[in-house]
Design a protein. Structure first.
Length: 263
């Protein structure tokens, strides 16, 4: 069910690339403990976090199960790109210093993904998870979310952190960073269209919502500067406990590299 729902993003990949916010530099540095590392990014999507990691000089392998999403990832980032789900990673054990998951962990089958993440991490490697959460204390943003999420927060908006209770990870740490996203009408409509619960609507419903978003934007914009969205970037970091891994029964690959290069 989670995989079929996550494939909703295939049809809105361009909107996702155009409308989703970036991540603040301070958060990216915190997620990797300030050290240049070999990083595996799971659920990379269209590359908002990938770009931030590459800018810090990390050696990055970006993965996602969606081909259309990965096709939007900028080709000039200098990263390896692999189409694969988080639950079955085609990498050897102890291949990465850090695994980063940005705005995607709620799509994973944690029972299957967490052992895979632990397997590919080197001893003392980090699992780092980050969420960009809109600040709904701002009245017009609260109205916006009321339009796109009329039934209130759903399960995918919740605090989904199964890694906190997993015996595979310890030394949990958290941090929060604030940042802003500047949006014009096109970017705001793209941000709305990229939401999974909007992508699930009928074409008529999505068109009606786009009109409502345009009306809200026009009501609040001043001059040509667009609008600003405030985010809380919530970060978690934990150290792998490799001794808690079950004995391996199969070996996905013995070459230490990629099975499939999506490019």
């Amino acid at each position: 069910m989670r995989e079929s729902r996550s494939r909703r993003f295939d049809a809105v990949a361009e909107s996702y690339a155009r409308g989703r916010p970036p991540y603040p530099d301070r958060a990216t540095r915190w997620l990797t403990d300030g050290m240049r590392s070999r990083v595996l990014e799971l659920g990379a999507g269209t590359g908002q976090m990938t770009a931030a990691l590459a800018a810090w000089g990390h050696e990055v392998v970006a993965t996602d199960p969606s081909g259309p999403m990965l096709a939007q990832l900028p080709a000039d980032l200098g990263v390896d790109v692999v189409r694969t789900p988080a639950e079955q990673l085609p990498f050897t054990a102890s291949s990465f210093d850090v695994v980063v998951v940005a705005q995607a962990f709620h799509w994973f089958d944690a029972e299957r993904a967490l052992p895979e993440i632990a397997r590919v991490l080197r001893p003392d490697g980090l699992l780092s998870v980050v969420w960009n959460r809109l600040d709904e204390s701002i009245p017009w943003v609260r109205r916006l979310m009321g339009l796109i999420r009329p039934d209130g927060p759903g399960p995918r908006d919740g605090d989904t952190r199964p890694y906190l209770s997993s015996e595979l990870f310890a030394d949990h740490r958290s941090a929060v960073f604030a940042h802003w996203q500047e949006v014009d009408l096109s970017a705001l409509q793209a941000l709305v269209a990229s939401r999974s619960y909007v992508a699930e609507r009928t074409p008529d419903d999505r068109a009606r919502l786009a009109g409502q978003v345009a009306d809200l934007y026009t009501e609040h914009v001043r001059g040509t500067g667009g609008l600003r969205l405030r985010y809380r970037t919530e970060c978690d970091r934990a150290t792998v406990v490799r001794s808690a891994l079950p004995a391996p029964t199969t070996s996905p690959t013995d070459d230490g590299g990629l099975l499939v290069d999506f490019r």
